[in-house]
Design a protein around this ligand. Structure first.
Ligand code: ZN
Length: 136
């Protein structure tokens, strides 16, 4: 069983990729996590069930990571990170959504929490069009 860990993620790197790397390099296949910090730009997405696509939106400029939560499981034989994020601007208004690649770290502190038991595996789910955890 892996131990919970804290990690500082590197400035200028991609947030989603850096979270994924933190779990890959520790060989942790299933976990939950929290990140706080700030980003210099963000790409969020909203899933449209009609088109079955994620609609991306970019948010330029420095934004606080008020909250970023997610989980780690398996998809296509590898470690897969699913994260949602709430970002606050200097006017203290928040935006939020599904975290996409393209979000650049200013500073980020990750708390990784490995979980026991079987590793959930993502499989295509016809009713939603999403890759959700198969029953386990
Ligand atoms: Zn999502």
């Amino acid at each position: 069983m892996h131990e919970p860990f804290l990690a500082r993620l590197p400035m200028g790197e991609d947030l989603l990729e850096s979270i994924t790397e933190a779990f890959k390099e520790r060989s942790i296949p299933k976990a939950s996590f929290v990140v706080i910090g700030a980003v210099t730009s963000a790409v969020l997405a909203f899933y449209d069930p009609q088109t079955r696509k994620y609609e991306n939106k970019e948010f330029p400029g420095l934004l606080e990571i008020a909250s970023c939560v997610g989980n780690v499981s398996e998809r296509d034989g590898g470690i897969f990170v699913h994260a949602h994020i709430t970002l606050a601007g200097e006017d203290f208004q928040c935006v939020g959504g599904h975290l996409m690649q393209g979000t650049k770290i200013f500073a980020a502190e990750l708390q990784g929490i490995p979980v026991p038991g079987k590793t959930p595996i993502r499989e295509y789910d016809e009713p939603t069009g999403l890759f959700l955890w198969a029953e386990f």
